[in-house]
Design a protein around this ligand. Sequence first.
Ligand SMILES: *[C@@H]1O[C@H](CO)[C@@H](O)[C@H](O)[C@H]1NC(C)=O
Ligand SMILES: *[C@@H]1O[C@H](CO)[C@@H](O)[C@H](O)[C@H]1NC(C)=O
Ligand SMILES: *[C@@H]1O[C@H](CO)[C@@H](O)[C@H](O)[C@H]1NC(C)=O
Length: 266
Amino acid sequence: MSKLTEIVYCGIILLLECWFSSSCSDKGTPSAITVNITCDRNLYLYVDGKYLGGDVADAKQKHYLTNEIMPHSHVVAVRCTASTPPWQGGILGSFENGLVTDTSWRCTTSAEYGWNMRSYRDDDWPMATSHGANSPSTFPWGNIDSIDKKAAWIWSSDNKNDSEVFCRHKLVKECTEEKQSYFQTPKSTRDIAIQGFLLLKVRVAGVIECGLKCGQNSACVSFTIQSSDIRGSRLCELHNVTAEGHPQSVVRKEGYQYHEVVQTFY
Ligand SMILES: *[C@@H]1O[C@H](CO)[C@@H](O)[C@H](O)[C@H]1NC(C)=O
Ligand SMILES: *[C@@H]1O[C@H](CO)[C@@H](O)[C@H](O)[C@H]1NC(C)=O
Ligand SMILES: *[C@@H]1O[C@H](CO)[C@@H](O)[C@H](O)[C@H]1NC(C)=O
Protein backbone atom coordinates (compact mmCIF):
# COMPACT_ATOMS: atom_id res chain seq x y z
CA MET A 1 0.00 0.00 0.00
CA SER A 2 1.44 3.37 -0.92
CA LYS A 3 2.01 6.00 1.74
CA LEU A 4 -0.60 8.21 0.17
CA THR A 5 -3.30 5.55 0.19
CA GLU A 6 -2.41 4.76 3.77
CA ILE A 7 -2.89 8.35 4.74
CA VAL A 8 -6.18 8.64 2.93
CA TYR A 9 -7.41 5.51 4.69
CA CYS A 10 -6.43 6.90 8.02
CA GLY A 11 -8.41 10.06 7.78
CA ILE A 12 -7.62 13.29 9.40
CA ILE A 13 -7.95 12.55 13.07
CA LEU A 14 -5.35 9.81 13.28
CA LEU A 15 -3.24 11.46 10.71
CA LEU A 16 0.23 11.11 12.13
CA GLU A 17 -0.42 7.77 13.69
CA CYS A 18 -0.47 6.42 10.17
CA TRP A 19 2.42 8.50 9.00
CA PHE A 20 4.61 7.08 11.71
CA SER A 21 3.33 3.53 11.58
CA SER A 22 5.82 2.57 8.91
CA SER A 23 8.79 3.43 11.15
CA CYS A 24 7.65 1.65 14.28
CA SER A 25 6.37 -1.71 15.44
CA ASP A 26 4.44 -3.07 18.40
CA LYS A 27 5.51 -6.61 17.52
CA GLY A 28 9.13 -6.08 18.50
CA THR A 29 12.10 -7.14 16.41
CA PRO A 30 10.92 -8.69 13.12
CA SER A 31 13.68 -11.33 13.10
CA ALA A 32 16.40 -12.78 15.27
CA ILE A 33 19.35 -10.42 15.70
CA THR A 34 22.79 -10.83 17.19
CA VAL A 35 24.47 -8.53 19.67
CA ASN A 36 28.15 -8.04 20.44
CA ILE A 37 28.50 -6.43 23.84
CA THR A 38 31.06 -5.92 26.53
CA CYS A 39 31.52 -4.00 29.75
CA ASP A 40 34.07 -3.26 32.39
CA ARG A 41 33.53 -5.71 33.91
CA ASN A 42 30.77 -8.16 34.90
CA LEU A 43 27.97 -8.20 32.37
CA TYR A 44 24.38 -9.39 32.76
CA LEU A 45 22.25 -9.17 29.63
CA TYR A 46 18.44 -9.36 29.63
CA VAL A 47 15.80 -9.16 26.94
CA ASP A 48 12.22 -8.48 28.02
CA GLY A 49 13.13 -9.53 31.56
CA LYS A 50 14.71 -12.84 30.58
CA TYR A 51 18.37 -13.44 31.33
CA LEU A 52 20.15 -13.98 28.05
CA GLY A 53 23.71 -14.35 29.19
CA GLY A 54 26.60 -12.73 30.88
CA ASP A 55 30.15 -13.21 31.94
CA VAL A 56 33.25 -11.49 33.10
CA ALA A 57 33.38 -9.37 29.98
CA ASP A 58 36.83 -8.02 30.36
CA ALA A 59 36.63 -5.00 28.09
CA LYS A 60 40.25 -4.04 28.67
CA GLN A 61 41.29 -7.40 27.17
CA LYS A 62 38.99 -6.68 24.16
CA HIS A 63 36.76 -9.48 25.33
CA TYR A 64 33.11 -9.30 24.29
CA LEU A 65 30.04 -11.53 24.31
CA THR A 66 27.91 -12.50 21.35
CA ASN A 67 24.29 -13.41 21.90
CA GLU A 68 21.28 -14.01 19.73
CA ILE A 69 18.08 -12.15 20.47
CA MET A 70 14.86 -13.93 19.50
CA PRO A 71 12.34 -12.35 17.11
CA HIS A 72 9.51 -10.32 18.69
CA SER A 73 11.77 -8.90 21.38
CA HIS A 74 11.21 -5.40 22.74
CA VAL A 75 13.57 -4.16 25.43
CA VAL A 76 17.22 -4.87 26.10
CA ALA A 77 18.51 -4.34 29.63
CA VAL A 78 22.11 -4.57 30.80
CA ARG A 79 23.52 -4.65 34.29
CA CYS A 80 27.23 -4.18 34.76
CA THR A 81 29.27 -4.28 37.94
CA ALA A 82 32.75 -2.90 38.02
CA SER A 83 35.90 -4.69 39.00
CA THR A 84 37.90 -3.70 42.04
CA PRO A 85 39.33 -0.17 42.15
CA PRO A 86 40.90 1.64 40.49
CA TRP A 87 38.43 1.20 37.71
CA GLN A 88 36.16 3.01 35.28
CA GLY A 89 32.76 1.78 34.26
CA GLY A 90 31.83 1.40 30.61
CA ILE A 91 29.39 -0.60 28.49
CA LEU A 92 29.83 -0.93 24.73
CA GLY A 93 27.65 -2.87 22.34
CA SER A 94 26.14 -3.10 18.88
CA PHE A 95 23.09 -4.94 17.64
CA GLU A 96 22.51 -6.37 14.20
CA ASN A 97 19.51 -4.09 13.66
CA GLY A 98 21.67 -0.99 14.01
CA LEU A 99 21.07 -0.22 17.68
CA VAL A 100 24.29 0.77 19.47
CA THR A 101 25.07 1.90 23.00
CA ASP A 102 24.86 5.70 23.03
CA THR A 103 23.32 8.58 24.94
CA SER A 104 19.81 7.60 23.86
CA TRP A 105 20.01 4.76 26.43
CA ARG A 106 18.95 5.25 30.03
CA CYS A 107 21.21 4.22 32.90
CA THR A 108 20.60 4.28 36.62
CA THR A 109 22.67 3.20 39.60
CA SER A 110 19.96 1.42 41.55
CA ALA A 111 17.06 -0.55 40.21
CA GLU A 112 13.99 -2.13 41.67
CA TYR A 113 12.36 -5.42 40.87
CA GLY A 114 11.19 -5.58 37.27
CA TRP A 115 13.75 -3.05 36.03
CA ASN A 116 14.66 -5.33 33.13
CA MET A 117 11.11 -6.10 31.99
CA ARG A 118 9.35 -4.74 28.97
CA SER A 119 6.49 -3.19 30.95
CA TYR A 120 8.81 -1.23 33.28
CA ARG A 121 8.61 2.53 32.80
CA ASP A 122 12.08 3.99 32.77
CA ASP A 123 11.02 7.55 31.94
CA ASP A 124 12.52 8.86 35.17
CA TRP A 125 15.91 7.19 34.66
CA PRO A 126 18.71 9.55 33.65
CA MET A 127 19.99 9.37 30.10
CA ALA A 128 23.26 7.48 29.72
CA THR A 129 26.53 9.39 29.65
CA SER A 130 29.09 8.65 26.97
CA HIS A 131 32.59 8.16 28.34
CA GLY A 132 34.20 7.85 24.95
CA ALA A 133 33.79 6.62 21.40
CA ASN A 134 34.61 3.11 20.25
CA SER A 135 38.01 4.28 19.15
CA PRO A 136 41.65 3.44 19.88
CA SER A 137 42.16 6.74 21.70
CA THR A 138 39.48 6.11 24.32
CA PHE A 139 41.08 5.45 27.68
CA PRO A 140 41.22 2.86 29.22
CA TRP A 141 39.53 0.45 26.78
CA GLY A 142 40.34 1.66 23.30
CA ASN A 143 38.22 0.19 20.53
CA ILE A 144 36.68 -3.20 19.89
CA ASP A 145 36.66 -4.13 16.22
CA SER A 146 33.66 -6.43 16.38
CA ILE A 147 31.48 -3.67 17.83
CA ASP A 148 30.10 -0.95 15.57
CA LYS A 149 32.23 2.21 15.40
CA LYS A 150 29.12 4.28 16.14
CA ALA A 151 28.80 2.72 19.60
CA ALA A 152 29.92 4.66 22.67
CA TRP A 153 31.18 3.54 26.08
CA ILE A 154 28.22 4.38 28.29
CA TRP A 155 27.68 4.46 32.03
CA SER A 156 26.00 6.72 34.57
CA SER A 157 27.44 10.25 34.62
CA ASP A 158 30.05 9.23 37.22
CA ASN A 159 31.95 6.22 35.94
CA LYS A 160 34.64 6.51 38.56
CA ASN A 161 32.40 6.18 41.60
CA ASP A 162 29.25 4.35 40.47
CA SER A 163 30.33 0.73 40.61
CA GLU A 164 27.07 -0.78 39.36
CA VAL A 165 24.71 0.41 36.65
CA PHE A 166 21.49 -0.73 35.02
CA CYS A 167 20.85 0.41 31.45
CA ARG A 168 17.88 -0.02 29.11
CA HIS A 169 16.88 0.62 25.53
CA LYS A 170 14.08 -0.40 23.22
CA LEU A 171 15.11 -2.75 20.43
CA VAL A 172 12.58 -1.19 18.07
CA LYS A 173 10.68 2.04 18.11
CA GLU A 174 7.29 1.24 19.55
CA CYS A 175 4.25 2.78 17.93
CA THR A 176 2.53 3.20 21.27
CA GLU A 177 5.27 5.63 22.20
CA GLU A 178 4.84 7.91 19.29
CA LYS A 179 1.20 7.80 18.47
CA GLN A 180 0.56 11.45 18.14
CA SER A 181 -2.52 12.73 16.45
CA TYR A 182 -4.09 15.98 15.59
CA PHE A 183 -7.29 16.74 17.37
CA GLN A 184 -9.14 19.94 17.40
CA THR A 185 -9.11 21.37 20.87
CA PRO A 186 -12.33 20.85 22.82
CA LYS A 187 -13.28 24.50 22.78
CA SER A 188 -14.12 26.18 19.50
CA THR A 189 -11.10 26.30 17.27
CA ARG A 190 -12.68 28.00 14.30
CA ASP A 191 -11.54 31.49 13.43
CA ILE A 192 -8.55 31.18 15.73
CA ALA A 193 -4.87 31.58 14.93
CA ILE A 194 -1.58 32.05 16.74
CA GLN A 195 0.29 35.28 16.39
CA GLY A 196 4.07 34.91 16.22
CA PHE A 197 5.94 31.70 17.02
CA LEU A 198 5.80 30.96 13.33
CA LEU A 199 8.03 28.14 12.11
CA LEU A 200 6.78 27.94 8.54
CA LYS A 201 4.08 29.40 6.33
CA VAL A 202 3.27 27.38 3.21
CA ARG A 203 0.46 26.79 0.76
CA VAL A 204 -1.00 23.30 0.95
CA ALA A 205 -3.82 21.30 -0.59
CA GLY A 206 -5.52 20.56 2.70
CA VAL A 207 -5.40 19.82 6.40
CA ILE A 208 -3.63 16.48 5.92
CA GLU A 209 -0.75 18.08 4.10
CA CYS A 210 -0.53 20.82 6.71
CA GLY A 211 -0.49 18.19 9.47
CA LEU A 212 2.23 16.24 7.72
CA LYS A 213 4.34 19.35 7.40
CA CYS A 214 3.93 19.86 11.13
CA GLY A 215 4.87 16.21 11.76
CA GLN A 216 8.06 16.62 9.76
CA ASN A 217 9.12 19.63 11.80
CA SER A 218 10.30 18.53 15.23
CA ALA A 219 9.52 21.92 16.81
CA CYS A 220 5.93 22.04 15.52
CA VAL A 221 3.22 21.56 18.15
CA SER A 222 0.28 23.29 16.48
CA PHE A 223 -0.86 24.58 13.13
CA THR A 224 -3.55 26.76 11.67
CA ILE A 225 -5.03 26.32 8.24
CA GLN A 226 -7.30 28.40 6.10
CA SER A 227 -10.80 26.99 5.99
CA SER A 228 -12.01 24.80 3.19
CA ASP A 229 -14.36 27.33 1.74
CA ILE A 230 -11.36 28.89 0.06
CA ARG A 231 -10.89 27.34 -3.38
CA GLY A 232 -7.51 26.00 -4.40
CA SER A 233 -4.53 26.04 -2.13
CA ARG A 234 -4.79 27.04 1.52
CA LEU A 235 -2.39 28.80 3.81
CA CYS A 236 -0.83 26.55 6.44
CA GLU A 237 1.08 28.01 9.39
CA LEU A 238 3.19 25.90 11.72
CA HIS A 239 3.84 27.04 15.26
CA ASN A 240 6.10 26.03 18.11
CA VAL A 241 3.61 26.88 20.86
CA THR A 242 0.05 25.78 21.60
CA ALA A 243 -2.94 28.00 22.23
CA GLU A 244 -3.12 26.78 25.81
CA GLY A 245 0.58 27.26 26.41
CA HIS A 246 0.50 30.79 25.02
CA PRO A 247 -3.02 32.19 25.42
CA GLN A 248 -1.71 35.73 24.96
CA SER A 249 -0.74 34.84 21.39
CA VAL A 250 -4.16 33.51 20.40
CA VAL A 251 -5.92 35.84 18.03
CA ARG A 252 -9.21 35.82 16.20
CA LYS A 253 -8.63 35.22 12.52
CA GLU A 254 -11.65 34.64 10.39
CA GLY A 255 -11.51 31.68 8.03
CA TYR A 256 -8.76 29.90 9.92
CA GLN A 257 -8.90 26.73 11.97
CA TYR A 258 -6.50 25.82 14.75
CA HIS A 259 -5.15 22.27 15.32
CA GLU A 260 -2.72 20.93 17.84
CA VAL A 261 -0.63 17.88 18.46
CA VAL A 262 -2.00 15.57 21.09
CA GLN A 263 0.42 13.10 22.59
CA THR A 264 -1.24 9.90 23.61
CA PHE A 265 0.22 6.98 25.50
CA TYR A 266 -1.53 3.66 25.49
C1 LIG B 1 29.73 -9.23 15.92
O1 LIG B 1 31.05 -9.63 15.68
C2 LIG B 1 31.20 -10.47 14.52
C3 LIG B 1 32.65 -10.93 14.48
O2 LIG B 1 33.52 -9.85 14.38
C4 LIG B 1 30.81 -9.68 13.29
O3 LIG B 1 30.89 -10.50 12.14
C5 LIG B 1 29.38 -9.19 13.46
O4 LIG B 1 29.03 -8.34 12.37
C6 LIG B 1 29.23 -8.41 14.75
N1 LIG B 1 27.82 -8.09 14.96
C7 LIG B 1 27.39 -6.93 15.44
C8 LIG B 1 25.94 -6.80 15.59
O5 LIG B 1 28.15 -6.01 15.75
C1 LIG C 1 34.71 9.85 43.30
O1 LIG C 1 35.95 9.16 43.25
C2 LIG C 1 37.09 9.99 43.41
C3 LIG C 1 38.31 9.13 43.27
O2 LIG C 1 38.12 8.12 42.34
C4 LIG C 1 37.03 10.69 44.75
O3 LIG C 1 38.14 11.58 44.88
C5 LIG C 1 35.74 11.47 44.89
O4 LIG C 1 35.62 12.00 46.18
C6 LIG C 1 34.54 10.57 44.62
N1 LIG C 1 33.33 11.36 44.59
C7 LIG C 1 32.22 11.01 45.24
C8 LIG C 1 31.07 11.93 45.11
O5 LIG C 1 32.14 9.98 45.89
C1 LIG D 1 9.66 29.47 18.58
O1 LIG D 1 10.19 29.87 17.33
C2 LIG D 1 10.68 31.22 17.34
C3 LIG D 1 11.04 31.56 15.92
O2 LIG D 1 9.86 31.70 15.18
C4 LIG D 1 11.85 31.30 18.31
O3 LIG D 1 12.35 32.61 18.34
C5 LIG D 1 11.40 30.89 19.69
O4 LIG D 1 12.50 30.85 20.56
C6 LIG D 1 10.71 29.53 19.66
N1 LIG D 1 10.09 29.33 20.96
C7 LIG D 1 9.98 28.14 21.54
C8 LIG D 1 9.22 28.08 22.83
O5 LIG D 1 10.49 27.14 21.05
